[in-house]
Design a binder for this molecule. Structure first.
Ligand code: MN
Length: 232
């Protein structure tokens, strides 16, 4: 699709699995609404916010987050919120898999043990941090881009992404109520604990590898649609 001003519109990426594929941990109805309504609305609202900014229409969602100062003030909040929503959900779909679960292996497993003590301690830290997010936000396993590349658990509110704080996202979960309320109601911790059964450690290992590869960090400067090879 092409915008009338010549820019390419942001598009909703297809889910990499069927809506029911993460059952029973995440129900099909939640996935249908979360992807087809919530994520879709961030894409639509981002395109709408960029309608009056033709000079920004070729920029990726990530570029827009990392270069807030380049966005006209009148559009800045809407662009930030919706670019973040688009980017974070694109990462989320890939952080989960019907063949997920289990434990990480290789370099990522070693780093988790080094920085958290054990995989069990990491999981407890992640679930506790996610459960404590006040209101709507995200919980991340991220790698500091300084300090020797230490792994850490961090949280962001709204649709902020840790890349704007110098942390590279390795694994992510969404703790907005729309991510779990139909099945788990107010019991966010139940959702966070159930979620381990679908966490995709292959994807996390791939992102961990990417985080340490300076050449792969060309995503920082990219103008295109994709945060290669993992989405916008
Ligand atoms: Mn969400």
């Amino acid at each position: 699709m092409h915008h009338e001003n010549g820019g390419t519109l942001h598009v909703l990426p297809a889910l990499p699995y069927a809506h029911a594929a993460l059952e029973p941990h995440i129900d099909a109805r939640t996935m249908t609404l979360h992807h087809g309504k919530h994520h879709a609305s961030y894409v639509d609202n981002l395109n709408a916010a960029l309608a009056d900014c033709p000079e920004l229409q070729h920029r990726s969602a990530l570029w827009l987050l990392l270069n807030a100062g380049e966005i006209p003030v009148a559009a800045r909040t809407a662009v930030r919120n919706n670019a973040g929503g688009h980017l974070n959900h694109s990462l989320l779909w890939r952080a989960m898999s019907p063949s997920g679960g289990g434990e990480p292996t290789g370099a990522l497993a070693d780093a988790i043990k080094r920085d958290f003590g054990s995989f069990t301690q990491f999981k407890a830290r992640f679930a506790e941090a996610g459960n404590k997010v006040f209101g709507s936000g995200w919980v991340w396993l991220a790698r500091a881009q300084r300090d020797g590349g230490k792994l850490l658990v961090s949280t962001t509110s709204g649709h902020e992404n840790p890349l704007t704080q110098g942390q590279f996202p390795v694994l992510v979960n969404d703790v907005w109520e729309h991510a779990y309320y139909l099945k788990h109601e107010n019991r966010r911790l139940d959702y966070l604990n159930a979620w381990w059964a679908i966490a995709d450690w292959d994807e996390a290992a791939r992102r961990y590898e990417m985080s340490g590869n300076a050449a792969a960090q060309s995503w920082k400067y990219e103008d295109g649609r994709t945060l290669a090879p993992a989405g916008p």
